[in-house]
Design a protein around this ligand. Structure first.
Ligand code: MN
Ligand code: MN
Length: 266
């Protein structure tokens, strides 16, 4: 592989939790995920054999955000140079501006969304930009061609109607198997809400929802993607709820797996 032709992948931290509906705290996540990622306790190789310490992956640090429109500008700064981006949240509200920015550079984006919750509310407590709403905004504005949601186990009547309206592919947790996740055919954006994973594996989240994915299943779902991954985010890590850094270690593992997937397919 000719490395000189490869794009850069920018890792960006977005310490923003103003749109969290229940608990604040995930604004503190990015430095702690980095600490786990750079810890002497682990090495920098992903399971596909890629060393994420390579010249194509650059950690750009954290960016302070006052409102979500700032996130569009931050992402755009790197996308404009031809970079791909992986963002560390922050709450899930940041996915809407991130996908909005990506949609200016890629057409037909397909989203793999891992979450206990569909995040398809039209509004929550009067806020259409709540962390419970990003995928409603994305689908309304046709920023993505396809939305595949995996790990879902909290869907209610309103969100079921929203999913039908937007043609969302809901892969519910009930009777789930990794082979239920469909293949993708266009560039993929991966959005991982850590509460999609069972709280036994990821206790450091605001909304504990038992009966979720295992760490292994999420790694396998990511590994099965065989089209370019052009962007992504890992959101909703709430350090105040973590136990012995288990969740930050999982977030760091998923950073490695997603970055290595982004590297091999660009
Ligand atoms: Mn969630
Ligand atoms: Mn979410």
């Amino acid at each position: 592989m000719d490395k000189t032709k490869k794009k850069t992948i920018s890792l960006i931290g977005i310490p923003f939790d103003e749109k969290s509906s229940f608990l604040k705290g995930c604004a503190k996540a990015p430095p702690l995920i980095r600490e786990s990622l750079n810890s002497y306790a682990i090495n920098s190789f992903a399971e596909n054999g890629v060393d994420i310490r390579n010249e194509n992956i650059i950690d750009r640090g954290d960016f302070s955000v006052k409102e979500l429109s700032d996130v569009v500008n931050i992402a755009d700064k790197f996308l404009r140079k031809g970079d791909s981006i992986l963002a560390l949240g922050g709450d899930h509200s940041i996915t809407y501006p991130l996908v909005k920015a990506c949609s200016g550079y890629y057409s037909g984006i397909e989203i793999l969304h891992i979450d206990a919750h569909p995040d398809l509310y039209d509004e929550l407590a009067g806020d259409r930009l709540s962390h419970a709403c990003p995928f409603a905004r994305i689908m309304e504005e046709k920023l993505a061609a396809r939305l595949v949601q995996v790990g879902i186990r909290t869907i209610n009547t309103h969100q079921r109607e929203q999913a039908e309206k937007f043609g969302v592919e809901t892969i519910a947790m009930k009777e789930f198997s990794v082979s239920d996740v469909p293949d993708f055919s266009n560039p993929v954006y991966i959005s991982v809400d850590l509460d999609g994973i069972d709280p036994a594996f990821a206790p450091g989240v605001s909304h504990h929802e038992p009966g979720g994915l295992s760490s292994r299943q999420v790694v396998d779902i990511i590994d099965n993607i065989n089209v370019p991954v052009i962007g992504g985010d890992i959101v909703e890590y709430n350090p105040g709820r973590d136990v012995s850094g288990i969740t930050s270690a999982l977030a760091a593992k998923l950073v490695k797996e997603i970055l290595s997937k982004m590297v091999v397919n660009i």
